[in-house]
Design a protein. Structure first.
Length: 330
């Protein structure tokens, strides 16, 4: 078992984190979306450490984080269809683009695909770490595979302590949902996963309506049907909880007969709900277990703006645990 070092968000902490990464270690760090589990994207051994720490399936590709557009262009081709989205970077947006011939990326990152999922994080500490490290970081969410994503350093330590080299504690993540992922074909852009950039923003930037891919081929990270799962089972789009259920609310709350209730946003603010989602899932699940409740009822959430991404995560969290692991288009 590794001794996981908890690092401060200062120059010394960043230097220590970069040293771990340069030695093929795994370091969790904050981004504007969720905490990522970073490793040198060029090193087979380092990337294998991500899969081992998370118990992540090797067929599930990883997102690569880079510091700026120049670093992105070294690794991928940017087709004309992607150009309207470049002003949204840095930010919570991942582009799936053709990998450049000769790009120094471990084949474990792409899981055999010719494309590469890549983004430029906007978080100040993530930027400082990328600069100090001096290369691309493969970085999925810093949690055991299939479990609730981490939005604080404490969440990371709860799931991965003893399995990774270090965690840079940068406080709570502002967006609270993973990045939006888009890909491209001859007709324009495709939504592969809703996330921190709402679809409406993408449509305005491109002048094209949203399209989704057809089929079930895994084309990008974050497309497994069952993911973000708490211990308790979940019932979505509920009007009120049953006596044997905990309650995850949104907007005005009905009374929870069990007394176990967490509200994502009493004022029905989707931005507030997105930022609170993963922490609230963890909290309501812990309280449900303590109260011997086996289910969590979840209030209806609008399918607009960040609500699309919130509902996407909730559907994956509620997916049957014994179902075949297959990708989803959303």
């Amino acid at each position: 078992m590794l001794k996981t070092e908890l690092l401060r968000p200062d120059a010394g902490g960043i230097a220590a984190a970069a040293a771990h990464l340069q030695a093929a270690g795994t370091v969790a760090f904050p981004t504007e979306t969720v905490y990522g589990l970073g490793a040198d994207a060029r090193s087979d051994a380092a990337v294998a450490g991500i899969f081992a720490a998370k118990d992540r399936p090797r067929f599930n590709p990883l997102i690569v984080h880079v510091a700026d557009l120049d670093a992105m262009r070294v690794l991928v081709e940017i087709p004309p269809a992607a150009t309207p989205f470049l002003p949204l970077l840095p930010g919570p947006l991942t582009l799936v683009l053709p990998r450049r011939a000769g790009a120094q990326i471990s084949p474990l990152v792409t899981a055999g695909l010719e494309s590469l999922a890549i983004r430029i994080p906007a978080h100040r500490l993530a930027q400082r770490l990328l600069t100090a490290f001096g290369g691309p970081l493969a970085a999925p969410s810093a949690n055991p595979s299939g479990k609730v994503s981490a939005t604080t350093a404490a969440h990371v330590m709860a799931g991965l302590n003893g399995r990774i080299s270090a965690v840079v504690d940068g406080g709570a993540c502002a967006v609270g949902l993973e990045s939006t992922i888009i890909g491209f074909d001859e007709q324009g852009w495709l939504l592969l996963r809703p996330g921190g950039v709402p679809v409406e923003v993408l449509e305005a930037a491109s002048g094209q309506p949203m399209r989704r891919p057809t089929g079930t081929k895994l084309a990008a990270p974050g497309q497994l049907a069952s993911h973000y799962a708490p211990e308790a089972l979940m019932r979505l789009n509920a009007d009120a909880p049953e006596p044997d259920e905990a309650w995850l609310g949104f907007g005005p709350d009905p009374a929870a007969p069990s007394g176990v209730a967490i509200n994502l946003s009493p004022k029905a603010d989707l931005t507030e709900a997105a930022a609170a989602l993963f922490a609230a899932l963890r909290k309501v699940d812990t309280r449900a277990q303590a109260a011997n409740l086996r289910r969590i009822a979840v209030a209806k959430i609008p399918q607009t703006g960040l609500g699309l991404a919130i509902n996407d995560r909730l559907r994956r969290a509620a997916a049957p645990r014994d179902m075949p692991v297959t990708p989803r288009a959303s």
